[in-house]
Design a protein around this ligand. Structure first.
Ligand SMILES: [Zn+2]
Length: 267
């Protein structure tokens, strides 16, 4: 049994994540103790190259580290990262804020709890879920070929101004037949990695963005509403929170002004 003393802990775990090593590849006993001698030699060799390169760990591995932290075994892992700009790896630090913090290997996705959407490319969102594939990012419907190919459910949401996920009839839906779920948020032509806890069950009317704010958790109700929705539908104060994010500021001002004028006319 060998402990990789002298090797920076962050480097070691970035190496493990970058090479997608599993505990069984390392023949791990506990924490940093690795019993696989071939693997130890490879890591030591890479570490010498890293020291000689004088690069940061992220630059050396050409990656962005998303560091997740948990204060206790029973608590989820959370992160402060809000944007990812290059191929990410996930590191999981346990016992944060206490003595003897250490990195965990092989943390399942359901131990992660995102508190805010993380902006990143579609390629990187799938990469985080272990999926490397070719797809056309311009065609959202085309994205769904990945569902059968990788046995995943792709859940697409629009993000409102509070970065809460919602759907409308123009957002293609998953058949939800597999066990693995990938949640993706969209706002201003940008994609975000999100989770179910950051979404609403509601569908909103897409017929008249900014004018009609009808919302329902039943897709058939939405379809019925949209078939009859006209610009006679009035906007009410309580609905302003749910304005479509695609609504431009100018449109918003126009509506506000129209409401103001209408109010003024009433004696
Ligand atoms: Zn409507």
């Amino acid at each position: 049994m060998v402990c990789l003393r002298g090797i920076d802990n962050l480097f070691l775990h970035a190496y493990i994540a970058k090479h997608k090593l599993k505990p069984r590849d390392l023949n791990l006993s506990q924490r940093s103790y690795i019993r696989n001698m071939d693997q130890i030699r490879l890591i030591q060799q890479s570490y010498r190259q890293f020291i000689a390169s004088e690069k940061s760990v992220e630059d050396f591995f050409d990656t962005q580290i998303i560091k997740f932290e948990s204060s206790h075994e029973n608590r989820p892992f959370t992160t402060n990262t809000i944007e990812v700009t290059r191929s990410p790896i996930l590191l999981f630090e346990m016992n944060k804020n206490r003595n003897r913090s250490y990195y965990q290997i092989g943390v399942p996705m359901d131990k992660i709890k995102l508190t805010t959407p993380i902006k990143m490319s579609l390629v990187n969102i799938f990469e985080i879920h272990g999926i490397i594939d070719e797809f056309n990012t311009e065609d959202l419907e085309g994205l769904f070929v990945l569902e059968d190919r990788h046995r995943i459910n792709i859940h697409l949401y629009l993000l409102d101004e509070n970065m809460k996920g919602y759907r409308n009839s123009r957002v293609p839906g998953t058949r939800a037949i597999y066990n693995t779920d990938i949640y993706i948020g969209m706002r201003d032509d940008q994609f975000y990695w999100i989770q179910k806890n950051l979404t609403s069950r509601l569908y909103y009317c897409s017929r008249l963005p900014g004018k009609c704010c009808y919302g329902t958790n039943d897709l058939s109700n939405l379809t019925r509403h949209e078939s009859t929705c006209t610009d006679q539908t009035r906007i009410t104060a309580s609905q302003v929170d749910h304005l479509d994010p695609l609504l431009t500021y100018v449109e918003f001002l126009t509506i506000t002004l129209r409401k103001y004028m209408a109010k003024k006319k009433t004696p």
